[in-house]
Structures are given as C-alpha cells and as structure tokens.
Ligand binder design. Sequence first.
Ligand SMILES: Cc1cc2nc3c(=O)[nH]c(=O)nc-3n(C[C@H](O)[C@H](O)[C@H](O)COP(=O)(O)OP(=O)(O)OC[C@H]3O[C@@H](n4cnc5c(N)ncnc54)[C@H](O)[C@@H]3O)c2cc1C
Length: 619
Amino acid sequence: MSPKHIEELYDAVIVGAGAAGLSAALGLYRSDAMQALRAQGSEPKILVVSKLQPLRSHTGSAEGGIAASLGNVEPDNWHWHYFDTVKGGDWLVDQDAARVLAQEAPQTVINLERSGVAFSRTKDGLIAQRRFGGHTREFGQEPVKRAAYSADRIGHQILHTLWQQCAAYGVQFAEEWYVSDLVLDETCSRVAGIVAYDTHAGTTHAIAATHVIMATGGAGRLFHTTSNSYDLTGDGMALALQAGLQLEDIEFMQFHPTGLAHTGILLSEASRAEGGVLRNADGEAFMARYAPEHKDLAARDVVSRAMRAEIEAGRGVADPKDPLGPQDCLWLDLTELDAQHMRAVLPQVVQTVEDYAGLDPSRDYIPVKPTAHYTMGGIPTTLNGQVYTWSDGERHIVDGLYAAGECACVSVHGANRLGGNSLLDACLFGTRAGAMVALRLLDRPAAASGVDPALTEALDAAQARRDAQITDMLATTPPDDVETSEQPTDNAYQLMADLGSVMESGVAVTCDNASITQALHRLEADLEPRAHALRTHSDARTFNQEITAIWEARHLVELARTMLAATSARHESRGSLYRTDFPQRDDTGFLAHSMTAAGQTPLWQPVHIVNIEPGTRAY
Ligand SMILES: Cc1cc2nc3c(=O)[nH]c(=O)nc-3n(C[C@H](O)[C@H](O)[C@H](O)COP(=O)(O)OP(=O)(O)OC[C@H]3O[C@@H](n4cnc5c(N)ncnc54)[C@H](O)[C@@H]3O)c2cc1C
C-alpha cells in the first residue's frame, strides 16, 4: 500500500513497522498529548514507511517470550529483573534504562494483552510464564519463570496485534518503500526528513518531517550463520553513520546457542526452558561443567562459548546432512520431553526440525550451532528515544530524531541481552518514543514551525544525489546487435555471502587482533571496492529488488567496518565479545560505551551506574 499523496511536511515519519515502529505509532496515537492536540482541532500528519509489508517484519519470527515480573507462576519482583538485566549485560548496561525496562515491563505486557495478544494461560487463566536464560529470583539465587509466552509464537501474536491496532487508528503506511537516506542539517543537530524509494513505482520521494523515528531492526545478516531474516541488513544503523552520527556498543553481537545446523534458523531457548539439554559427541550434557548452577539456561554468550570450547576440544559432531563435513555442531536433545507436550508448547521448534532437518525431535538428537541473533549496539538514545551524539564528555540531542527497538541502543542490553528482553525493549521504548514525539508536537506544532528552507534544500540535494546514483547503478541495456558481455559479473547477494564468511571468521563468538585485522584487510582489499562497483543486471526501475539489495549490501559493508573498528578498540572480554588476546573483563579501562562514527576510532562514554556495582558474572 502506498500513500495517496505525500504531504509537504510530516509531523512524524516512523521508519520500520516491527514491534518498535508499530509501538511508536500507537504510543503517539494513544498518548494524552495526542488527545490534547485533537481537542485543539489539530490532526498531526504521521506516516510509517517500511521496506516490507509490516506483517513480514522480523518481530513476527520471535518465538520464546517477553520478559516481565508479573509473578503469575512464581513469586517475582522487578528489582530482580533489573538486577538480572544488568548482570546479564556484564555491567555494560545503563542502569537508569534497565530500571525503566524492568519497572514498566508488567504494564507493557498487560497493555499488549488488552490490545489482543493471545498469551498462553495458566490453569487459573493468568498469563503463563516460562524460564529463560539468566532470569532469576532473589538476585541470582535460582531461575524464575518470567517470560510470558504464546506457545512458541509470541512475535507473531505481538506483530499482528499491533498492526491491527494501527489499522484501527487509521495509521498511514508506505509499504515496500525503502528508506535510502536519513537527512540532517549541516551540523547534525536537527532532522530534515528522509529520502524513500517506492519499489513499486521505481521513484524516489523526499519526505520532510519535523520528527523521524528510526525503528529498522537489527543487522544479523552481517554473519553467514544467522537466525535473522534476509531484511536485517542494519539499514537504520548505516543510515545514521552516513548522516554523520555515531553507533553505541556496536561491537556486541549476540550468538544464540541453538541455530539449526545448515540453516542458522533459530530453535527457541524455550526448547531448553522446557527441558531440552545440549550434548557433545560423547553424549555428555556438558553445560554442567561450564555453568554448574544454571547449566543449559545460563546466559547465551556463556552457552555459545562453551559450545565453541567443546568443538575446539574435538567433541563436536557433524551435521547429519553433511556427515563428512566439519564437526562444528553439538546435539540438542529434546527426547526426554513428553512428545505431546512438546507439540503443544513448542510447535514452531518441532515443525522447523521436521521440515528443515528431516528429524523427529521426540526421537532424534538435533544438530545445532551458535547463530548470529541480536545486535546489542545501535543508534544511541535517551530514555525517551531521542538520538544523541557524544562529544566533549556530553550528550548532544539531535533535534527531532528518535530511534527504538533493535536498531537503537538505549543501553538496556549492555554486552549481552537476556532472552525476552528485546520484544520488551522494542514495545516499551517504542511506545515511549512515540509518546515523546506527541508531547513535542503539543509544544511545537509542525504547522507553526513551517517548512525550513535550509532543511528542504538539504533534503532535495539528497534526493538528487540518490536519483543520480540510481541512474548510474542501473545496467544499460545494450543495443540488440551488441554482445551482452558488458553485464556486471558481481552481484549483491554474492557480496553479502562473502561478507558473512569474512565476519564469521573475523569476530563470531571469539576473536583476537589477528582475526580482526584479517577481516579488516578483506573488507578494504575486496569487499568495499566491490560494494562500490555493484551494478544491477536489469535496467528496470519497478520491482527491481537488485536495487535495494545493492543498498543493503553497501549498508552491511559500512556497518562491518564500524563493528570491526569498535571491536579492535576494546581490549577486554565482556559479554558477547570474547577476545582470546584480552580474556579478562577490564572495568578500569573499559566500563564504558564505545561511540563510533564512520571511519573513526571510538570515543568512550561512561556507563550509568545507579546502585549495582560491577560484580562477578557467574551462572
Ligand atoms: C528468530 C528470532 C526469534 C526471536 N525470539 C525472541 C523472543 O522470543 N523474545 C524476544 O524478546 N526477542 C526475540 N527476538 C528478537 C526480537 O524479535 C527483535 O529484536 C525485535 O522483534 C525487533 O523489533 P524491531 O521492531 O526493532 O525490528 P523488526 O521487527 O526487525 O522490524 C524492522 C522494520 O524496519 C523496516 N526497515 C528496515 N530497513 C528499512 C529501510 N531501509 N527502509 C524502510 N523500512 C526499513 C522493516 O521493513 C521492518 O518493518 C527474536 C529474534 C529472532 C530473529
């Protein structure tokens, strides 16, 4: 669906229609400020732009649950959730943000339920909750059931519910429009709008807006083995870099322990929460040696590293689909679960194993390996979603620019996110960003501020540059009598596959200076020049997916460089980042967020400690 016409100036443009983007739209529409604006007779102009039809957003694949200390199944308390989040993130979490996350989680889940999310229920009709790695009671004493779930399809429930609510409010969407530019003023202190490419019509639009909320999701496609869908190419983060902004803690990429061999497709942590166990080639349930208390439900980085250690010790297994291939998998054993119960609570896991591995999880061991899953770092924001830059020891807000969800870094996940905390982050901080924009509109209606000629000029210039680039990128069809040897030999898909392999050997699960340097070298010598030279194979403008694939490949390459720069500068191991050359956490040198702009080495921003002093992270 495309909007009938583009307004001269929008009050808010939301980029992305997953949990964060849709929550932002609803946060705006449902806010008291919006009611006040309407009472004054003003109807803000709002547009949600998404490169996918909204219901295809990756949020729909979330499986296991959303964390909140509802205490429906076992006693729970937000202070424990807060503590677990800080500890889970290896103390790189901003504690003021984690407090908001834990404190407002129960209301966020209740609001989702009231909007229509069909949660699984306890016998008493309460929202059911299950265990998830790293969630405990009494500050780490024992695991607690904190993840509210809907079988193993919580994301599907949340995405459809939010989208239906948006439809009910009459939110306007530009679907399958690709945002190619984020435009700021000259000093990076105010937002001008975006440039978007309508993939149906093959035309660009300069869209002026006083407020832009970026909600473009993660960047798992940086790696070859990933649970992320094909669209998760870190566009929003790359657009921020190109606009001159920094990314925060971008060196932290979470690897989920149980990606199905061969495909990387996620087998939810819920499978271990329901009793599944990881085993090595000897059949040993090895997690008991690495995390005696929490075993298979220790935090994800701990389990992924234990798996890597088992494989390096020669106790890995080969994927049965490739029996002579590398022994780089381990077994996930679900055979102890009651088969009927497994089908009821893990239908998605069962179906994935049957369809993609041809195995029966009630009888067969399942080959799994760590899979790139979640981008902890991102566009830095305040607690209300306002984007800022860090310089001279201070935060500088970019007027009108917001971010939420996986592309953002409000810093609730630090160096490692706990399961169930990201849907929560996206819904909660998405809503807060939308509500904040509504408040700002009440203060300063767009109509009153009018169109700023300098900003319009910047926007028009960006559109002109983009149009010229598209013309340059499109293959020119050779005349009939000429051989077609001029066709480009390279393509965006091959480039992304090669980048995935480079990043995998460079920084996946563990790394050191040599592996980072090698990856940087491959980037500079091969991938960057190739990304620059990419051209399409057809000159069609309409429905030509190669155009957006080229932009996605370029975004990934740009992001990879920034991730490698930040990884290279952090001389310690913390959470998901394990450097074999700096195996210890170093709170004296690096209890700080990396703030990295394109082509720069990071600046360091101190972590906000409220009341939980850094301690030992053992499970
Ligand atoms: C397989 C899987 C299972 C998961 N399970 C859980 C779980 O059980 N619990 C949990 O808490 N978390 C889970 N997560 C993580 C969680 O689902 C995500 O972090 C969260 O849904 C991200 O929401 P989002 O709105 O930020 O991004 P997304 O849902 O990824 O949406 C991104 C949106 O941005 C749009 N977009 C991107 N680039 C552009 C562009 N250039 N122009 C226009 N639009 C653009 C897309 O069209 C899309 O609408 C899981 C993730 C995966 C991959």
